[in-house]
Design a protein around this ligand. Structure first.
Ligand SMILES: [Zn+2]
Length: 169
């Protein structure tokens, strides 16, 4: 007779960023946004990719340019209410992916609404990156607004070293 067993399966793993994303994340640790510049077509990608999607040339850790920490909001989605009920405890979330502190990881659990998922085109880049706008910044959010990366005081080389983008005009 078949029986149903009901529990979670956790698969711990480590993932290497590779040299290109690793350099980008290392830049964030130093409060710097780096763009990967294709040596062939000269397009600048933020975040960078291992391969130029237009001309298929490999990018390396030597193909980087330092950009300003500012850009333009080109689109956004505003979230005004929680879809997922009450947030699980930090202990529970941290037990799911160890040893990272995942309590505010937007892919695991979103921030408290209201917040916006934004596409920011950093000055000098040809692509836009996904990030967050939260709190009082929401009142100023609009397509075309200028935004500046607000870095955390303590950074670890993670996309959330940028706490959010602040609207500056
Ligand atoms: Zn290219």
């Amino acid at each position: 007779m078949a029986r149903k067993l009901d529990w979670d399966i956790t698969v711990p793993y480590k993932w290497t960023t590779g040299p290109v994303i690793g350099k980008f994340l290392g830049g964030l640790k130093e409060h710097t946004i780096l763009g990967g510049k294709c040596p062939a077509c000269k397009k600048v990608f933020v975040p960078p990719q291992d391969l130029c999607p237009d001309c298929y040339v490999d990018l390396t850790e030597d193909d980087f340019v330092e950009l300003k920490n500012e850009g333009e909001i080109i689109s956004f989605t505003q979230v005004n209410q929680n879809f997922f009920g009450e947030k699980p405890s930090d202990e529970y979330l941290n037990s799911r992916i160890s040893p990272a502190d995942v309590s505010e990881h937007p892919l695991l659990w979103p921030p408290e609404p209201p917040y916006a998922i934004v596409m920011v085109k950093i000055d000098g880049a040809d692509t836009a990156m996904v990030h967050l706008v939260k709190g009082n910044e929401m009142d100023k959010l609009k397509v075309g607004a200028r935004a500046k990366a607000k870095f955390k005081g303590e950074t670890i080389g993670h996309i959330l070293d940028i706490e959010q983008f602040e609207i500056i005009s």
